[in-house]
Ligand binder design. Sequence first.
Ligand SMILES: NC(=O)c1ccc[n+]([C@@H]2O[C@H](COP(=O)([O-])OP(=O)(O)OC[C@H]3O[C@@H](n4cnc5c(N)ncnc54)[C@H](OP(=O)(O)O)[C@@H]3O)[C@@H](O)[C@H]2O)c1
Length: 277
Amino acid sequence: MQDNTVAILGAGSMGTAILSGMLSHGIKKENIKATARKTDSAEQLAKKYGVTAYATDYQPNANSLAVEGAQIILVAVKPVNVIEVLKQIRPVITENALVISVAAGITTATIESYLPGSVAVVRAMPNTPALIRLGLTGIAAGSRSSAEQLNLVVELFNAVGKSVVLDEDKIDALSTISGSGPAYVFYFMEEFIKTAKDMGFSQEDAYLLVTQTFLGASELITQTQGDPAELRRAVTSPNGTTMKAVAVLEEGELHNLFLKATTAALARAKEISQEQK
Ligand SMILES: NC(=O)c1ccc[n+]([C@@H]2O[C@H](COP(=O)([O-])OP(=O)(O)OC[C@H]3O[C@@H](n4cnc5c(N)ncnc54)[C@H](OP(=O)(O)O)[C@@H]3O)[C@@H](O)[C@H]2O)c1
């Protein structure tokens, strides 16, 4: 993989997270070309990462310039820009190139339909912690990608966290758990901080109490690889204070609430993917 030539189309927030992962994985900066819309963004990319960068505002053919000769092409523009970008690169794309798309809601079949038959497509759904290399990415093969190409994509996303390979029809479901998941966690934190303040803590102390508790609990489960129910029981002494609190939480039927929330997210994902066809 180290010797591959790469084009990153739309090196924004997710594109640059993956770009950093590629560099840490040994792909040479000389072998990477990236694009953005604004000239400023492209200049920043060149300065910060040492890659060749083009801006579509300055060079309308920026995406095709980046793609010429590239063996791996990462499509990381917003979903609404994907089709226009695919149309731009089609005439110059390398035969047998591998296209990896992180665009939410756009299927491999749609992407394949805009590219030559010799080009393989793999879809990946990372989440925001990929920005600090603690991401979780769901990876699905397209109809033309080989096992070797799929492994290469897994290797690539493992440089920004962990990954699971799944059938593409499970990508939307994964997105309702790990994709949206960080937002659910931040929402708990928001509410938990408000609760701490109701208990008389200052904003600063409430923030520390809650964020450190989330960090500590996450590390504890990660380091022990323990069962969450077991770990919960370990801090719940019979007839103690935690037991009283957990009993109240159980009355709130959290499982049903999660199921309702993720079902709503899944229904919206299906609508979005219809809109993007
Ligand atoms: N962020 C996430 O957590 C996350 C998670 C899963 C999937 N994704 C997917 O990742 C993709 C990018 O999301 P993001 O959050 O990284 O967005 P972003 O930060 O806005 O990045 C988009 C990038 O595309 C560039 N751009 C816009 N039009 C372009 C064009 N025609 N050609 C080339 N580059 C163009 C933008 O340049 P300028 O900055 O100069 O405008 C920017 O660098 C989306 O498809 C999204 O569904 C994101």
